[in-house]
Design a binder for this molecule. Structure first.
Ligand SMILES: *Cc1c(COP(=O)(O)O)cnc(C)c1O
Length: 351
């Protein structure tokens, strides 16, 4: 009966990192450094846990469909903007495409980048126009704008996963002003950079900034993300989403995590310290990064070979092979706890 399945799902899906438990078992290693998924290695902040536990006791009831507790926290933190929320930023991306893109219309994507954009667009019948970045992975504004003129949604990730570089505000402004539809700017890692795209929101009605609680806020397991959207889009997004998309536990945890600035600041300081140590101490070329990970050029190894070698030493990193448009000799390494980062440096330099 498999012929019934849509063709977009027969071409493979999202590629997940290997599980720590599997590697521990396979190589008989007790302590695994988990540096493949760009998570904050610290548990969620205590206020977030307390709030989530309290709400869990009322989980017999449907959640607040307007997600007021989180929206209020977002306004308190960021000021008066229009927000939408979803099941991870991935959920936000999926719902936004459903809100805006008719089958056959185009989604333009600056590549190489996060693979979910392509999967989400193709799954909803969009045509995908990939717009390659330059050799140094900077964005060619002219090329992206040209593709974006014919696209309903243009997607740009900054700082970019997996290359780590951020796109300057002026370049984003140029793209915003030249394209035909909306620009979805994925800011999953913006907290680790010095760029600030918020001033662009004031002057444009076609900019969406995607954010997540999965990285700096330590809530990857609760699947919650949000976006700054132009006011005209907010109510349509809500119609396009499933009823009660965001669960009450995640919403409460996120609202409190957002306001625990110290929790975020601690990890941001850790990231800045270790980006420098990675680039100073790793014997392979480490690309400059504005995120909580770095991309490492491991040639003459392939990324897959290096992932395998490091796994034997108890270090899980991400091969960049699944990022379309990227040569096969890169790995992506997160910044975790001190011992994890130290183990990574020691392991890769010993190979
Ligand atoms: C991690 C990540 C996300 C979002 O993840 P969610 O867990 O779905 O919120 C979005 N974009 C990029 C580029 C990411 O790396």
């Amino acid at each position: 009966m498999e012929h019934l399945v849509r063709s977009c799902y027969k071409q493979g899906g999202y590629v997940f990192a290997k599980k720590a438990e599997e590697i521990a078992r396979e190589y008989n290693i007790s302590r695994i450094a988990r540096l493949a998924s760009n998570e904050n290695p610290s548990p969620p902040s205590s206020p977030a846990i307390t709030a989530a536990e309290k709400v869990l006791r009322q989980a017999n009831r449907y959640p607040d469909e307007r997600v007021d507790v989180l929206t209020r926290a977002l306004v308190a933190y960021h000021g008066d903007h229009s927000f939408v929320t979803g099941v991870g930023m991935d959920g936000v991306i999926e719902t936004l495409i459903r809100t805006l893109v008719e089958p056959g219309e185009t989604v333009a994507i600056a590549t190489p980048t996060f693979s979910f954009y392509h999967l989400a667009a193709a799954a909803q019948g969009a045509k995908v126009a990939s717009v390659p970045r330059e050799k140094d992975f900077s964005v060619n504004a002219e090329n992206l704008t040209r593709a974006g003129k014919k696209a309903k949604v243009t997607i740009l990730c900054s700082p970019n996963n997996p290359t780590g570089n951020a796109t300057p505000v002026e370049v984003v402004r140029e793209v915003l002003e030249g394209i035909g539809g909306v620009l979805f700017l994925d800011n999953a890692y913006v907290e680790f950079s010095d760029v600030d795209y918020l001033p662009l929101l004031k002057k444009s009605d076609n900019l969406i900034l995607g954010r997540t609680f999965s990285k700096v806020h330590s809530l990857a397991g609760l699947r919650i993300g949000y976006a700054f959207v132009p006011e005209w889009l907010q109510s349509y997004y809500q119609r396009a989403g499933t009823p009660f998309t965001v669960n009450s536990v995640s919403a409460a945890a996120a609202a409190h995590a957002l306001l625990d600035r110290e929790h975020a600041m601690r990890y941001i300081a850790q990231v800045k310290r270790w980006r420098k140590r990675y680039s100073d101490e790793v014997k392979y070329p480490v690309l400059p990064s504005d995120a909580n990970f770095v991309m490492v050029d491991v040639s003459p190894n392939t990324g897959d070979q290096m992932v395998e070698k490091l796994a034997r030493q108890g270090v899980i990193v991400r091969s960049c092979r699944s990022f379309a448009g990227l040569p096969d000799h890169y790995i992506r390494v997160s910044i975790g706890e001190d011992w994890e980062n130290e183990l990574f440096i020691q392991a890769i330099n010993g190979l």
